[in-house]
Design a protein around this ligand. Sequence first.
Ligand code: KG4
Ligand code: ZN
Length: 355
Amino acid sequence: MSYTPQRASTRAPVTRVLGIETSCDETGVAVYDGERGLLAQAVYSQVDIHARYGGVVPELASRDHVRKTLPLIRQVLEESAIDAGHIDGVAFTAGPGLVGALLVGAALGRSLAWAWGVPAVAVHHMEGHLLAPLLEDPAPAFPFVALLVSGGHTQLVDVTGIGHYRILGESLDDAAGEAFDKTAKILDLPYPGGPELARLAERGDPGRFRFPRPMTDRPGLDFSFSGLKTFALNTVREALPEAVDPAQTRADIARAFEEAVVDTLVIKCRRALQEAGRKRLILAGGVSANRRLRERMNAAIAAAGGETYYPRPSLCTDNGAMIAYAGWQRLRAGHAEPLAFGPRARWPMEELPPP
Ligand code: KG4
Ligand code: ZN
């Protein structure tokens, strides 16, 4: 089934957009103004709710979005100092993600738009991530290659404009963020593991262990990260029982794992720029908040004569600002959803039409 947005050609121009993100375990809300930029944003993380289960419990996520979304909307409207009557459109994440969680944002966003008499638009979560660097100054100009690295996706995309996306490569198994989270669990780190593992890796010795760089010794732009967690598990089993300083050994393993993921991503990004004939690379998605990845990618792409762009860390992880911005781009081009609109757990980004 392909995505066919309706066009609302007779509407007033869309300037101020409310964005709502509820695809997983963060409730993100923001107001974006096409003339003034980002007016306000707020994110509520459900980390404490899911931490004791070691991962996201979908039913608990949905229930908490029900509790948090409306108060957060009130908060960002107040902080933006604009009345609900001055919102010109509502953007909500419609997929991919957890269906129950998506339903909360979709139902609420669609209803608010109806009540306010403004159009609503369904935003693709990964398009939100992909466009987040455009919220920064300087914003990258099209065309560029995007590396999207989140908890659910690892994709290299050739981008020639909004809605012009060609997938160059993607993960055949675990996403980069998922690999971080699973390896963090092996190292007994609390959920959410990615940032915890990165923190531990800072004290690690990069020379003590060496993890493989999966799928870099053959042509192609796909990824496979699931072998790294097995490698981590074997390394932990072999090295920890005999370790003189177990805390340092765990840090050394974390560092070796991080180096392997970063190296693999850097190699594939350089290859993608070369194959697509582009100079600009953007990084987006939760893992792009990783400091080591940003440093290493900057240096490698600069050495190859290219430029790297990434948003501030709070716009790398899930947030409402990227949804408000992507929604604004589509709403001002006339896209709008009918009243009966359902979220989509799976949604290939290449199905998105240009505005
Ligand atoms: O984009 P995101 O917030 O949510 C999804 O769309 O999945 O990405 C979350 C992922 C998680 O796997 C998390 O562990 C990872 O991003 N992550 C990091 C860092 N910050 C978040 N991974 C490595 N280093 C970080 N600093
Ligand atoms: Zn995300």
